[in-house]
Design a protein around this ligand. Structure first.
Ligand SMILES: NC(=O)c1ccc[n+]([C@@H]2O[C@H](COP(=O)([O-])OP(=O)(O)OC[C@H]3O[C@@H](n4cnc5c(N)ncnc54)[C@H](OP(=O)(O)O)[C@@H]3O)[C@@H](O)[C@H]2O)c1
Length: 225
């Protein structure tokens, strides 16, 4: 997004200033077009404080990518209430918390892009992920409804459903599970984060204004629908 000329506010969970500076130096050295700010997306107050800070400095936010997400896998029989609530709160409540704060100003501005990151498992389902799949399926309904509300104001709302991508979330799985997953991906490998970024760039493009309420699956052919 930075390469597309946007000033990017990347977020992470609440950390100290020193930790954030170290993260910035590690990930985006010498790029003044990217700030990293902490937020807890499951808290409306935390999101509100972040958006206030950003809008005071940069004005109306034009693109919101709701990407933060967690897993807390367990068979449903063993799933605790905390595993359910923490995943739904981070993955789905966050859609309300962040979108609520930016959607109306975007509509007044007459241009905006909201991109919500769902998952292959929203539509496919997955053993041990009743919490995660429910939260990610909720994102699909939320996206279509908000798209209907934003359409006449130049604000598009779409979702991207990645398959298995080689990020921390997937690479922390045991090797035998990773091999099993790859054996089920027709393309024969995990996806790369830059392949998801490429899809987001396409959605954000000025010429993608007719694309709204859609879900783009990027999963190496693992789930076709
Ligand atoms: N990787 C995959 O195969 C895959 C497949 C389908 C969908 N997805 C979705 O893609 C998105 C990104 O996943 P990923 O693979 O990049 O996962 P990841 O490597 O575990 O990164 C998750 C990110 O979410 C942030 N986060 C977690 N809880 C948060 C909270 N309460 N407030 C603010 N930020 C929070 C984390 O912040 P910290 O950096 O501070 O920890 C981290 O930056 C998620 O929504 C995930 O469900 C991933």
């Amino acid at each position: 997004m930075s390469a597309c000329g946007f000033h990017v506010i990347a977020t992470c969970r609440i950390k100290s200033e020193a930790e954030i500076l170290a993260l910035k130096n590690e990930l985006f050295p010498e790029n003044d077009n990217i700030d990293i700010l902490p937020v807890d997306v499951s808290s409306y107050e935390s999101c509100s404080s972040l958006i206030n800070k950003v809008t005071q400095k940069y004005g109306v936010i034009s693109v919101l990518i709701n990407n933060a997400g967690i897993t807390a896998d367990s068979s449903f029989k063993k799933m605790s209430l905390d595993q359910w609530q923490s995943v739904v709160s981070c993955n789905l409540d966050s859609m309300f918390n962040m979108s609520k704060l930016v959607f109306s100003p975007m509509c007044v501005q007459g241009w905006g892009r909201i991109i919500n990151i769902s998952s292959i498992n929203a539509q496919k389902g997955q053993f041990g992920q009743a919490n995660y799949a429910a939260s990610k399926a909720g994102i699909l309904g939320f996206t279509k409804s908000l798209a209907a509300e934003g359409a006449s104001s130049g604000v598009t709302v779409n979702s991207v459903s990645p398959g298995y991508i080689a990020t921390r979330m997937v690479m922390k799985l045991p090797d035998d599970i990773k091999e099993y997953i790859v054996s089920g991906i027709p393309v024969g490998r995990f996806g790369r984060p830059d392949e998801i970024a490429h899809t987001i760039k396409f959605i954000v493009d000025e010429n993608s204004g007719f694309l709204t309420g859609s879900n783009i699956a990027v999963n190496g052919g693992q789930h076709m629908f």
